[in-house]
Design a protein around this ligand. Structure first.
Ligand code: SF4
Ligand code: SF4
Length: 212
């Protein structure tokens, strides 16, 4: 995987959607980057130049990326799969929050990444002037792509935090449940990211904390 695969992948996806270009800075400027407020772009494996412990840690060193966790279900078991996202506001190198927050790379002049650097899932979210921008990648498929690299990513998580992906993911779920519980108790409206996190809490059973 690498930059060439990324170009080939984008070209193949755009064949299914030839009428719109995948970059349109005018439309995004007018919109003000609403999608970037919903979370940092997720990376696909073709966005990683060197899929190794050192390669991933070098990416974290840039301050532009974080490791986050995707939860895959295998029967009644839940497997946290570490993936990479564009870094979000207040997030560190490993971000175990399951509540997505605005992307930290969204500046006054738009995305801090160059067009070529921008993660593939961001590039394949096609801007459309009347809203209703179109995602050409299935997010679930993109996350599952990381599964074969779980051992490498788990090793990075361990070196970075001293904890396993499983422990970190679980504590992130508990933390999110407590934050959401507090807001509900105070009658504060939940954000889109918090509403989405409730789905993960239901899947993992951590939702029980909200019912106590
Ligand atoms: S892709 Fe769509 S939602 Fe995102 S900044 Fe551009 S116009 Fe706005
Ligand atoms: S990486 Fe760029 S395009 Fe993606 S969410 Fe962040 S600011 Fe937006």
């Amino acid at each position: 995987m690498g930059p060439n695969d990324k170009k080939a992948y984008i070209t193949s996806k755009m064949r299914d959607f030839p009428r719109n270009p995948y970059l349109n800075h005018n439309i995004c400027e007018k919109c003000g980057g609403k999608c970037c407020q919903r979370g940092g772009c997720g990376l696909m494996t073709c966005d990683v130049p060197e899929m190794s412990v050192d390669g991933v840690r070098k990416m974290l060193d840039t301050g532009k990326y974080s490791i986050t966790f995707f939860c895959a279900a295998d029967g009644n078991e839940f497997i946290p799969i570490p993936i990479i996202n564009a870094r979000e506001v207040d997030a560190g190198r490993v971000n175990n929050s399951i509540i997505r927050r605005p992307c930290a790379l969204q500046g006054e002049k738009g995305c801090e990444f160059s067009d070529d650097e921008r993660p593939t899932m961001g590039l394949l979210y096609i801007p459309i002037a009347k809203g209703d921008c179109r995602m050409l990648v299935d997010a679930m498929d993109a996350c599952l792509e990381w599964y074969p690299y779980k051992a490498i990513m788990d090793e990075v998580v361990l070196e970075e935090t001293g904890k396993s992906s499983e422990k970190l993911f679980y504590s992130g779920c508990v933390q999110a449940a407590m934050e959401i519980r507090q807001k509900l108790d105070m009658g504060v409206e939940l954000t889109e990211g918090e509403m989405a996190a409730i789905g993960i809490l239901e899947l993992t059973g951590v939702i029980m904390i909200l019912d106590e």
